[in-house]
Design a protein around this ligand. Structure first.
Ligand code: CP
Length: 301
């Protein structure tokens, strides 16, 4: 089956088509129906991804089964190879949130149904589809837009780098020295960007945002790193998205955050609640973008 383990599993043409489909689904111009069943196997907490996938599937006429590891045998050590082959016989499509990209690869190897990465240590491709949709709504297209990501070079930064490069965007990343994006991901983004866009990695948040139309940030201590928060917060403080940082960017620039937000840490109250913030549209777009993804992976369009 066709999987979405990372955003580069889609071509730029396919992403373009998905964004158009998402807009048609959002406006109600298209309302395909199905009787398919989506499984959600989430090893980590989630509000947006879980609820937006569930509502998207319900709106398509399908159903959702919550495969929380605490109530399935995966939580008691049943091998992924076995779980994948069994779920393959029951479900039509499976979204997984896991600590390890490797788990997704094993699922994809042992199950024929489409496997969707609903957040791993390496990438968050579903988030980036919603981000691109939000940028397209605000600016008419994504090509040529400069997005500046400020903060931790994490899984969201990785998918933004690759997704942005695929779509001909310029991606500027500002992180502390030892928190830069994974070097392989960076190389992949640079290769994809070629002559159509520019990837910039810096430690200077002001330099990163100067030409930005989109300023993006994410949590500094993600799930599993909470015990490191005391060390990380002072290190990341210069990378806070606040009014002072925004004053260095275009006054029409929009601010995105994949949420959940930590006000006073990676973003200030004033900015997230301010007129440049599009975070609520961005969160809503998770549902439309993932509905388009389900329609596409299930072959409904
Ligand atoms: N942005 C995001 O993935 O949110 P959740 O963790 O709530 O799903």
């Amino acid at each position: 089956g066709r999987d979405l383990l990372g955003i580069a599993d889609l071509s730029s043409e396919e992403i373009k088509n998905l964004l158009e489909l998402a807009q048609q689904l959002k406006s109600g111009k298209l309302a395909p129906k199905c009787q398919k069943i989506l499984g959600l196997l989430f090893y980590k907490a989630s509000t947006r991804t879980r609820v937006s996938f569930t509502v998207a599937m319900y709106q398509l006429g399908g159903q959702v089964i919550d495969l929380n590891p605490s109530v399935t045998q995966v939580g008691r050590g049943e091998p992924i190879e076995d779980t994948a082959r069994v779920l393959d016989r029951y479900l039509d499509i499976l979204a997984i949130r896991t600590f390890a990209q490797k788990d997704l690869e094993i699922f994809a190897q042992y199950a024929q149904i489409p496997i969707i990465n609903a957040l791993s240590d390496l990438e968050h491709p579903c988030q980036i589809l919603a981000d691109l949709l939000t940028i397209k709504e605000c600016f008419g297209s994504v090509e040529g837009i400069t997005l500046s990501y400020v903060g931790d070079g994490n899984n969201v930064a990785h998918s933004l780098l690759i997704g942005g490069a695929l779509m001909g965007m310029n991606v500027h990343i500002a992180t502390p020295a030892n928190h830069q994006p994974d070097s392989q991901i960076l190389q992949q983004a640079q290769e994809l960007a070629q002559n159509s866009s520019k990837i910039v990695v810096t430690q200077d948040p002001i330099a990163a945002v100067t030409e930005a139309q989109v300023i993006y940030t994410d949590v500094w201590a993600s799930m599993g790193q909470e015990n490191l928060a005391d060390q990380r917060i002072p290190l990341f403080q210069p990378y806070q998205v606040n009014q002072e940082l925004l004053s260095h960017a275009d006054s029409e620039a929009i601010v995105l955050h994949c949420l959940p937000a930590h006000r006073g840490e990676e973003i200030t109250e004033e900015v997230i609640e301010g007129k440049q913030s599009k975070v609520w549209d961005q969160a809503e777009n998770r549902m439309h973008a993932q509905k388009a993804l389900l329609v596409s992976l299930l072959g409904l369009s």
